[in-house]
Design a protein around this ligand. Structure first.
Ligand code: BDR
Ligand code: CA
Length: 315
């Protein structure tokens, strides 16, 4: 299996934490760095959470962390999503103080440097707002042709949104940034609510994830169990079921195993002007277009993904 060299951009976040653990524990992924952004929580807290999750994972190599944007490109930040992710972003779980520190360079500077140093080798996985990448593209537009692939958790193409009737949180959290990324020419795979809402886990899987941890994985297993408990309770209050979709982990999984999803080539446009449709991911299904900008995931092998997720997080 070919190694996937990855930069992961997160707004850590409960499902972001699970995405980080999945990336760090997948044998053929090498996480070359994690960049952080505002979103589920503020960027300082997201950075601290990221360092803590890396340390709990037991990953055997050094993972640089670069702190990024603290607000959208042009609009106001609407504030942390405490009712879903808790006051600290990770379901109010208390993890040990991190020993590591973020790099002195910003997330955007880190992305520009890494992509230029390793042209056509890095897969970027963005599971928060796309602000850091929009800033990186403004600093050096040439990186667009040097990224191997960008996998985005975001958008809702054929299904309803989750923050408005038509918009998903990561895109509507900074639609101007998303617009710049989608118009940049980077090869994109879009892993949106169309597929993530089909990857639901519940209490049976949570108990499996916590049961009989392998030596060295005890702290991670306890964290996974506690954080999912908070997430499931939040989903129950909001959506009426005790469980949750695995939004961000699915994006990491697709970077590792692209054939987990069935994709179609489309030109995705981001709505930045609408009062009711701000942040929508629009595809014109009336006709085929000569130029496309994204492989849009519309089907997913959920049982295979769930097996991989559970087996890897237990390792
Ligand atoms: C996305 O929004 C955030 O709350 C999650 O971490 C995920 O990235 C889902 O819409
Ligand atoms: Ca996220």
């Amino acid at each position: 299996m070919q190694n996937v060299r990855m930069i992961l951009d997160v707004d850590t976040g409960i499902d972001d934490s699970m995405a980080i653990l999945l990336a760090l524990k997948t044998k053929h992924i090498k996480v070359e760095g994690i960049t952080t952004v505002f979103g589920n929580t503020d960027v300082a807290q997201a950075t601290r959470n990221t360092l803590q999750v890396i340390e709990v994972s037991g990953v055997p190599y050094e993972v640089p962390v670069a702190m990024g944007a603290d607000r959208p490109l042009v609009r106001e930040w609407r504030g942390p999503v405490t009712h879903i992710h808790g006051n600290n972003g990770i379901g109010n779980c208390e993890l040990p103080m991190p020993k590591g520190k973020p790099l002195a360079e910003s997330a955007a500077e880190f992305i520009v440097r890494m992509v230029n140093t390793h042209p056509n080798e890095l897969t970027l996985v963005f599971v928060g707002r796309m602000t850091n990448l929009a800033i990186a593209l403004a600093q050096d537009p040439s990186i667009a042709s040097k990224v191997k692939r960008l996998v985005i958790m975001g958008g809702a193409v054929k299904v309803p949104g989750n923050v408005t009737p038509v918009a998903e949180a990561n895109i509507s959290g900074d639609a101007e940034a998303a617009h710049r990324v989608f118009e940049s020419g980077i090869p994109i795979t879009l892993v949106g609510l169309d597929v993530t809402m089909q990857t639901i886990i519940g209490e049976t899987e949570r108990l499996q994830l916590m049961a009989s941890p392998v030596p060295g994985n005890e702290k991670a297993a306890a964290f996974i169990g506690e954080a999912f408990k908070f997430y499931f309770e939040a989903y129950e209050k909001q959506n009426g079921f005790y469980g949750s979709p695995l939004h961000d982990p699915l994006a990491v999984a697709v970077a590792a195993f692209p054939d987990l999803v069935a994709t179609e080539e489309h030109y995705v446009r981001i709505e930045t002007k609408g009062t009711m449709s701000y942040g929508a991911t629009l595809v014109d299904f009336r006709r085929t277009v000569p130029v496309t900008n994204a492989s849009v995931a519309l089907g997913v092998d959920s049982p295979r993904f769930l097996d991989y997720f559970i087996n890897t997080l237990k390792s």
